[in-house]
Design a binder for this molecule. Sequence first.
Ligand code: OGA
Ligand code: MN
Length: 290
Amino acid sequence: MAIEFTKLHPTFGARSSAIDLRQAQEPLLQQIRDAMDHYGFLVFPDQRFDFQQQLDFASRLDGQLHSKTSAAAIAKNRFGNEALTDISNVGADGQVLAHNDRRRMSGVANRLWHTDASFEDPAGRYSMLFARNLPPVRADTQFADMRAAYDDLDPDTKAQIAGYTVRHSIVYSRHVLGFDFSAEESARLPGAIHPLVRNFPETGRRSLYLASHAERIMELPVPEGRLILRDLTEHATRERYVFSHEWQLGDLVIWDNRTTMHRARPFDDTRYKRELTRVTTLDLPRVPAL
Ligand code: OGA
Ligand code: MN
């Protein structure tokens, strides 16, 4: 079946024509990867995944799955598989989490601009978030185009930041919010160092690789690096680079964490349930299918 994409924003993002991803095989999977390189994030409406089908699709599309999540460091996954991240405000009993629940606090932190698993090495590549149960109010996810933001930097800034590397730590970003992991939890989330500017030979493009998890620029004194990271984030999250996705039940949204940032928007989460499941792949070389 032919797949078509409709652009969602002037610089990135697209919506797919009707397609059942449970059945997706090559060469369709390669068309989706190519579209991901081009658009940075894709919306696939009306999907019908059970848990295993969502996991299987993610592996077929992009290889090895990320399971060392911050959620796994806090509590056991309610679906019994740490690669299927529970993006919800609901506990094992099916009820909305109490307002001071640590799992809720960790979820609320998704409202910071971030990239999934940038605190891992290899980092996260694609994230695939599937809407299973939505509140009757808007609870959008926003995406920011880190390639367009990089392109618009002035040449001096591009030259200055070209060789910088950044330490990413979720223990740091949560601490800034006033949420602290225990020593044992922190030991499971040691952080990672990645280049500030990513280069993609496939598309000839570059991207800023930022996040609230970005703790310091390794080549600079800590305060100076933090100020540069703050300025770049402010630049890269200006309205012109941002798209808000309004969720519909059955949407699967795939984003490339290397070329986009994202954040959750607030809603009355002590009143309404919102349940999505996310699978994230690791940024490893793809093994060609036999
Ligand atoms: C995620 C995430 C945002 C949201 O799933 O990685 O950040 O709106 N989600 O739920
Ligand atoms: Mn996220």
